[in-house]
Design a protein around this ligand. Structure first.
Ligand code: MF3
Ligand code: CO
Length: 382
């Protein structure tokens, strides 16, 4: 990343031209790429004290004293670990700096949190159960088909050497090319357009300068907002050749999701999804993450119902025709289902550094069963 940077103001009235005016606060903090085409855009979006800007500072440069600490050594290529005092549970590390915020063209319809970071409608409406009309179901079909297309494009670039930030760029471009908004971008201040979760990272990994290495496993979680509705789909892929234990983990996780989907139909109890998933995980020497669940999805990115993926849960409610929801089991090798977050407050990792995998589909409950709105081609045999 070098040369000119497009104006970083989300609402640049000049079409985000190449820009030379750099935010001095960002520059001091070591945040690269805070360039604006003029005072107007700088003031509108980056002036210190502005809430959204402060959040970007906080995420990109988590703690100022850390950056003043001489023991934060940048490696030869200028990358660094911003949380060097944190006790990591495995061998994954953040590789900063994050790239500059990616731009959304003006004509693309945004969800309410796109500027503020706060999903106001979701906070208000998350508890109401939505049954979609036929017209709304059709819109979900489109958003979900586009989500799958973008995931498949991203997956086709998985190979040793590519960075997760480059995958983020691919997802971002493919999404806006389809006139859609990448749902993760600025959702509760998430700084990127996709989640990339490798090895012991369970979910919500932030794309950065980490290069994929042969033997890694990577989950790519794509969600996008099109014509007022969100689609959400993720899958876990091998990077080059992987060990047998990792292959088994990926196969087991896919089986957990597929078996759960087979049971979906009107009247099926939300709490019984986990009853199917957990025995499959256990039989394969794995455990089921309890802290994150599936979710309803429609005009809201996340809403009721929230199906747990573990057995003996007490979730209420049953499936009804016209309901759209995700199932997205996160499965860990070994018996530790608990998780630890990195200081970025997003990246969730296993407590013992063992690998974790995930698959997700968005589903529509029909009169007779279920339609997998994000369905792709069957997974190649590992
Ligand atoms: N796509 C995730 C899910 O399955 C949500 C990611 S939220 C983000 O629910 F902000 F991290 F992107
Ligand atoms: Co989801």
């Amino acid at each position: 990343m070098s040369g000119t940077v497009a104006c970083q103001s989300a609402k640049c009235p000049n079409g985000h031209p190449p820009s030379k005016l750099e935010c001095p606060t960002c520059h001091k903090l070591g945040i690269q790429g805070s360039f604006f085409c003029g005072q107007e855009c700088f003031k509108a979006d980056c002036k210190s004290g502005q809430k959204s800007h402060k959040r970007v500072h906080d995420i990109v440069a988590p703690r100022k004293p850390l950056l003043d600490d001489p023991s934060i050594s940048k490696s030869g290529d200028g990358t660094f670990n911003p949380f060097h005092n944190f006790e990591f549970t495995g061998s994954m590390r953040p590789v900063y700096p994050l790239s500059p915020r990616r731009i959304i063209p003006e004509h693309i319809k945004r969800p309410d949190y796109a500027e503020s970071g706060e999903p106001t409608s979701e906070v208000k409406g998350a508890g109401r159960l939505r049954i979609l009309t036929l017209e709304e179901q059709e819109k979900m079909r489109v958003a979900c088909r586009l989500s799958r297309e973008v995931l498949d494009i991203a997956a086709s670039h998985v190979r040793p050497g590519i960075t997760t930030d480059e995958i983020d760029a691919i997802v971002h471009e493919a999404t806006i090319e389809r006139n859609a908004y990448p749902s993760p971008l600025n959702y509760r201040d998430f700084p990127k357009s996709v989640c990339t979760s490798l090895n012991e990272v369970i979910c919500h990994g932030i794309p950065d300068q980490r290069k994929l290495q042969e033997g890694d496993i990577i989950n790519i979680d794509v969600s996008l907002y099109y014509d007022g509705f969100h689609g959400d789909v993720n899958a876990t892929y091998p990077v080059g050749r992987i060990d047998d234990e990792s292959k088994k983990l990926i196969r087991t996780t896919r089986e957990c999701l597929d078996e759960a989907i087979k049971l979906c139909k009107p009247g099926f109890l939300i709490r019984d999804i986990g009853k199917t998933i957990e025995p499959i995980a256990r039989a394969n020497g794995c455990s089921v993450v309890r802290m994150y669940t599936g979710h309803g999805i429609n005009e809201l990115f996340h809403c009721t119902p929230y199906p747990p993926h573990y057995a003996k849960n007490k979730a209420i409610g049953m499936m009804k025709p016209g309901m759209t929801l995700t199932i997205e089991p996160m499965i860990n090798i070994g018996s530790h289902w608990d998780l630890v977050h990195w200081p970025d407050n997003w990246t969730a990792t296993t407590v013992d550094g063992k690998k974790s995998a995930q698959f997700e589909e968005t589903l529509l409950i029909t009169e007779t069963g279920v339609e997998v709105l994000t369905a792709g081609k069957p997974m190649e045999l590992l």
